[in-house]
Ligand binder design. Sequence first.
Ligand code: N01
Length: 503
Amino acid sequence: MTAAEHEPEHSAGYEVDTLIVGAGFAGLGLGIRLRRRAEETGAAASFLILERAHDVGGTWRDNVYPGVACDIPSHLYSYSFRTKPDWSHVYPSGAELQEYLRECAREEGVLPHLRFGETVTDARWDADAGRWLVTTPRGSYRARALVSAVGRLSEPRVPGIKGLHTFTGRVLHTAAWDSSLALRDKRVGLVGTGSSGVQLLPYLAREAAHVTVFQRSAPYVVPRGDRAYTLEEQERFTDPLERQRMRDEIFWQAESAFPQRLGEPEAIGQLHDRARVHLESQVADPALRAALTPDYEIGCKRVPLSDEFYPALTRPNVTLEASALERVDGTTAIAGSGARHDLDVLVFATGFHAARPPFADLVTGRDGIRLAEHWAQGMRAYASIVVAGFPNLFVLDGPNASLGHNSAIYMIEAQLDYVLGALDHLERTDAPLEIPRAAEDAYLAALDAAAADTVWLSGCTSWYVDERSGRLTLLWPGYAHTFRERNGTFDAAVFDGAPIPAR
Ligand code: N01
């Protein structure tokens, strides 16, 4: 694909039925479903996907740090409507996922609907016209429905570190990796030990002269056990039934882990044991082991999978600084413990603005209310997708639509089914669809009640919880299949004030 082919010089005044923002797994998935539907019905596919970058892929386009991979197995972490027999490994690397998404865009006929290099700067609901007006630096668009598919892990977050601007070396974030960076004689500071930091450390430890790992909270880490698929296995997966069988097996195995997230003693005890045995088998030094032992409930933060993280920490050129990076003064990084570390490179593996998506600042709904204002105490939506005061807006991967134990793609696909139902409805009626506030409130109350029993609210800090309200705003507090049962079908009656269905 050449991006230039799909970059109009000026895109002013386009009118489409559906405008999608973002060409990651969610936006592209909706594009594919819309293309296929148009082919089935013979109707025109009136949609565009605006993408600020110059390629599809979202997370998997942007995160190219060494070691980047997904911790959900390949056969499940892919579209159910476009499975792939020849995944190279049990777990997909970032590069393999990116190639998969590019192939999907190409072969499913989505490329003509893509507009690369289009950064949305404003989106507002025009109540008189019953249309969304969307602005980019290149022009403007009008659409009946606006679909936010901007992703939750798309805006890198660098904590406000005092004196960071005085650092004389190189600063980078895992989501903006520079593959030309030579580390051989460098002293590197790695800030953060979430999934990204855990994946990156083994590379840094191999490449750099010295690595200091700033660990504010110790992660629980469990074995990964990745391996290449054999040619025989790949041959077997050419049978669609075999691929489906594998998807089902992975999915239900992941679902069986949900009781851990409810803190059920036997289930969570087993997970504790896996993490403890892993740490004990890979780290012999009692002091290092103690420093790597978390002080919060397992599963409260995402549990990274790695066979290489602990061994990297035992190398002579790696120092574990078991406190936060607090200050920087020239070449010196100062930790919460007071320890000082001289560094040439600082790598922030500090995550994303997931709970407060910057996109919400750009969207204005009915009565001039901005989405960020509506979400002042945390993201909220009915059915995790439609927002009171924002007619014909659909938010994918938004409030309570993520998982801590199963595949994000499964959730996205449930949301795609919902959107397609809603778009059909809009096509028939052309009357704005706005969810009543009471439905949004009732849905949230049910979620809050369910979330109260989960390990995610057991007291750690994580991006799953909104710090303003303490509410669990990112994760669905249930099994993945219950999300599909609850939210995978559009229900027009609720928009007319019918009582919301029970969870
Ligand atoms: O970010 P995070 P991430 N000094 O927000 C620490 C997905 N993902 O990029 O725990 C020192 O999880 C912070 O410390 P604490 C996955 O969904 C998946 O790693 O808040 N440390 C934490 O350790 C994941 O959940 C995969 O105390 C500081 C880290 O920064 C999500 O992306 C791979 C600090 C941030 O962790 C985000 O993961 C990669 C400071 N001053 C990502 N400030 C896979 O599929 C913050 N921290 C495997």
